[in-house]
Design a protein around this ligand. Sequence first.
Ligand code: SF4
Length: 265
Amino acid sequence: MMAARRASKSKVSRREKQSPTQKKSSARSEAPAARTARAERILAELHRLYPDADCALRHDSALHLLVATILSAQCTDDRVNKVTPALFERYRTAADLADARPAELEDLIRSTGFYRNKARNLIGAGKVIREKFDGKVPDTMEDLLEVPGVARKTANVILGTWYKKNVGVVVDTHIGRLAHRLGLTWRSRDDKDAVRIEQDLMEVFPQSEWTFLGHALIWHGRKVCSARKPACDQCSLSELCPSAFKFKPAASKKAALPTAKRRSR
Ligand code: SF4
């Protein structure tokens, strides 16, 4: 009896943890050949919509792209672009960053949020690039992952945008969301499961397109398929999208509060 109750409780908690995007996803049931054919058409349309899709973070060197990408965590690209001109002027090389005074650097990047942690990573990145890579931002995934503040997403940005190497697909918040809505991921748990989303996108799109795909999906997420209000009626991907016209905004926290309170009594 106790075991049955425990099993039923765990089923409920698993159900509660499931994200709305996961529940709606039809990607798991789609045949691989049909998915690939649909992905080809999505890619063609993205090329038509965003022929010049590129990274929105302003930069003039691999190092400055790396700095801007680290700053873009939990922050908009517009905000980062406001901060970086003065920052790039002050810190031109890895050695400049390595020798930065934390308080001065923190002041310059404060408005991007999490500025203490970001400053620590930027100084650490400057040191590792100076000492281990001769002052040059490395151009392989393996080496980039040794740089403080750099995980796979940032490494993919540097490799794809600066070095023009299609090693993986950048998965940020826009791409995670769009991969789910467009049914382009079937193994991921939710739109934050970046590792599985990247694996699925790499499987369904040709390698030569990985960098473009990342940029184009980010642009589409910003311009049309926003988190809160996707404009399906203006979206030329709607015929290829299993989520078209199905989006229901999540209940606001305010509305959910009384129920939560009742449950806790
Ligand atoms: S049809 Fe709607 S949900 Fe699908 S990609 Fe377009 S805007 Fe997003």
